[in-house]
Design a protein around this ligand. Structure first.
Ligand code: GLU
Length: 498
């Protein structure tokens, strides 16, 4: 990157509140934010709500919430002083002023073409094998303002428009391919093209970092800047984030999707990830690597490390697939970095929700011991509810596989031996739990020639109802001795009589 790009940048994220926030949107916001923070510049949040028909209630709040959760703080935005300036629908007067200026200078004109006429033009062009475009019919008609008229921007009709993109280099667009675009709609609202150019100029945005679906619109913007005598910002068009079928991720879901795809699409929603207990620093790390790399093989990084290393020349030019397994991997790795106490503090709310009656959740030391026992089994925080179930509930049912273990003839021997070996205390320490299990194993090996598995598996099933899970020592040390006895008795009733 050249020197000039290392000046403090002013970047923006300019979402339209027209759907639910998904990770593709957040990835765009993240890259714009990273560049602002890396250069010690400013990040601006601007709400582009001029498409009144597609507004979705609550979308703006959801979006701001998602940005906050990920730590993408903004320096200017709708919730701050002068906040209305950052919501386009409050700034119509400014757009009208610019439209008037373009009309005066002859770079814009009124158009009254009906949808029917435009449809005929489109069909005729298609029949001739031409690209559909507005035929600039009203350009020479010198219409004045009237109801139901839109304003169009007069694009150059010949030659090329060059778009300089920091990531993709110079891209050439044939001007003949573009019909004159609408800049002011008949409802008095500007279109995206005009409003975003005016705001990017007024807000002194230095780098427009956005998804590459906007690249085809950029020649319009470049010509608007020129017509207004303004200097265009730098452009960076980010490659798409796609689903595993390499399709663009959408804000709205299709009605015809399969249950499997619906589950996958659900994982793209920020609200879902928060609910399932993905760590924001893990999602941050995962998203940063969707289209950027630090130039080394490192993958696990904190937000601060990524800010320090983020440069635009390490952005990728090809699309990135949203891979749930990879997200899970990042989450597990970031969970590993937390101490038992830190992780426990995050897990307890999920446990409180699931087991509101449990008094033991007030015991921090016990919660930490439970965390240590189950943490390796978790992909996301909410998984703790299932992984730690044994600590709150006696097994209600046994799977066929678990029942088979209890019905093996070694089971009653092992369960009775442990029951007899339990000391007369209320609660075993971990060391006591370990010693008790060892003595039962040694004893049954000598007396009955039973293997470790023959002894330990039925005990595990009796205590948890499951074949796998936390270490048996931990399980013993987490349950009270009374609870251990009760569960062993209950399982014995299902075992063949010894
Ligand atoms: N409002 C546009 C969107 O929703 C923003 C495009 C841009 O960043 O220029 O994606």
């Amino acid at each position: 990157m050249s020197e000039s790009e290392l000046k403090p940048a002013r970047t923006r994220y300019a979402p339209s509140p027209t759907g639910r926030t998904h990770l593709g949107n957040l990835r765009t916001a993240l890259f714009a934010w990273l560049w602002a923070r890396h250069t010690h510049g400013q990040f601006i949040l601007r709400i582009e709500d001029t498409d009144r028909e597609r507004l979705v209630e609550g979308a703006q709040e959801e979006l701001m919430d998602a940005l906050r959760w990920l730590g993408l703080t903004w320096d200017e935005g709708p919730d701050m002083a002068n906040g209305r300036r950052y919501v386009q629908s409050y700034n119509l007067a400014r757009y009208h002023e610019i439209v008037a200026q373009l009309l005066d200078s002859g770079r814009a004109y009124y158009c009254d073409c009906s949808p029917e006429r435009l449809e005929i033009v489109r069909r005729t062009q298609q029949a001739r094998g031409q690209k559909p475009r507005y035929d600039n019919h009203c350009r020479a008609r010198a219409l004045g303002a009237a109801e139901n008229r839109v304003v169009r921007f007069a694009m150059p009709e010949r030659g090329e428009t060059l778009v300089h993109d920091l990531l993709r280099g110079t891209i050439r667009f044939e001007n003949a391919d573009h019909g004159d675009p609408i800049i002011l709609k008949s409802d008095g609202y500007p279109t995206y093209h005009l409003a975003s150019v005016v705001d990017d100029h007024d807000m002194r945005i230095t780098h427009v970092i956005r998804a590459d679906e906007w690249l085809p619109s950029t020649p319009i913007h470049v010509n608007l800047y020129a017509a207004l005598g303004w200097q265009a910002p730098h452009f960076v068009h980010l490659p798409l984030v796609t689903d595993h079928e390499r399709r663009k991720i959408k804000k709205r879901s299709d009605a015809d999707q399969s249950a499997e795809y619906a589950e996958y699409a659900e994982m793209l929603r920020v609200a879902t990830l928060r609910q399932r207990g993905y760590l924001p620093q893990a999602v941050f790390n995962f998203l940063a690597f969707l289209g950027w790399h630090p130039g080394t093989t490192e993958e696990l990084m904190t937000p601060e490390e990524i800010v320090a290393r983020f440069t635009l020349d390490r952005l990728s030019t090809s699309s990135a697939v949203f891979d749930v397994d990879r997200l899970n991997w990042f989450n597990q790795q970031h969970m590993k970095r937390l101490s038992n106490a830190e992780l426990s503090a995050l897990l307890v709310p999920y446990l409180q929700d699931a087991y509101p009656e449990s008094a033991r959740l007030a015991d921090a030391a016990w919660c930490e011991a439970l965390t240590a026992a189950v943490r390796d089994e978790l992909v996301a925080l909410s998984d703790v509810v299932e992984a730690a179930r044994f600590a709150f509930e006696a097994p209600q049912t046994f799977t066929a596989e678990a029942l088979a273990v209890l019905q093996n003839e070694a089971a009653p021997v092992a369960l009775s031996a442990l029951s007899a070996a339990l000391p007369q205390t209320a609660q075993l320490t971990r060391a006591e739990a370990e010693a008790t299990l060892k003595s039962v194993r040694d004893q049954l090996k000598q007396a009955h020639g039973l293997s470790g598995k023959q002894v330990l598996l039925p005990i595990r099933v009796a205590l948890t109802g499951k074949i796998g899970g936390a270490h048996l020592t931990d399980i013993l040390a987490l349950l009270s001795v009374a609870e251990l006895r009760e569960r062993l008795q209950r399982a014995l009733s299902k075992a063949p009589t010894a």
